[in-house]
Design a protein around this ligand. Sequence first.
Ligand SMILES: CC(C)(COP(=O)(O)OP(=O)(O)OC[C@H]1O[C@@H](n2cnc3c(N)ncnc32)[C@H](O)[C@@H]1OP(=O)(O)O)[C@@H](O)C(=O)NCCC(=O)NCCS
Length: 159
Amino acid sequence: MKYLDVEIRPMEEKDLPQVMEIENTCFLHPWKESDLLYEMKENPVSNVWVIEYSAPSLGLKTIVGFVDYWVTFDSGTICQIAVHPDIRRSGVGSEMMKEVISDARAKKVNTLTLEVRESNLTAINFYKKHGFYVSHKKPGYYDNGEDAIYMILEVQKNG
Ligand SMILES: CC(C)(COP(=O)(O)OP(=O)(O)OC[C@H]1O[C@@H](n2cnc3c(N)ncnc32)[C@H](O)[C@@H]1OP(=O)(O)O)[C@@H](O)C(=O)NCCC(=O)NCCS
């Protein structure tokens, strides 16, 4: 879009209200502000990024999604990825995922892994689209007894 800039950048404390709004609308058991602050400021392995849309000529800026992913040696884990419900299915999640995969590749990560609720077919489709495959189930992984699907991306072999 002609007047719209898109930026993926590290999350800052000032972003917390907008990120919490997305968090609260996206997850059954949302993280608290303190969880996000820990990820941002203290967890040495985490990368917390936001995706911000802005229209400089109109003076508008808004965060439309965020991602938290960990890198430990040659392994990466996607802890959270979320897009504001009003702007889903328009490529925002994919923009973030491409950035994560490219960062992981540059950091010589071999595998990116994640757990996703078995009922979250949207996210499972999304991950498959980005090259993840289903490895196995983790029975009763979530608080409500739901199974997790464990998915893997072979980072260096894809793309
Ligand atoms: C999963 C999520 C991050 C995807 O973000 P998004 O910006 O909507 O995704 P994109 O527009 O980049 O979609 C990319 C692909 O994902 C799949 N996808 C996305 N939404 C889908 C839907 N509602 N139904 C089926 N497939 C879907 C499609 O393959 C899509 O490609 P296509 O549009 O060319 O068919 C978003 O749905 C979300 O925030 N969900 C709630 C939070 C969540 O469940 N996070 C994951 C926790 S493990």
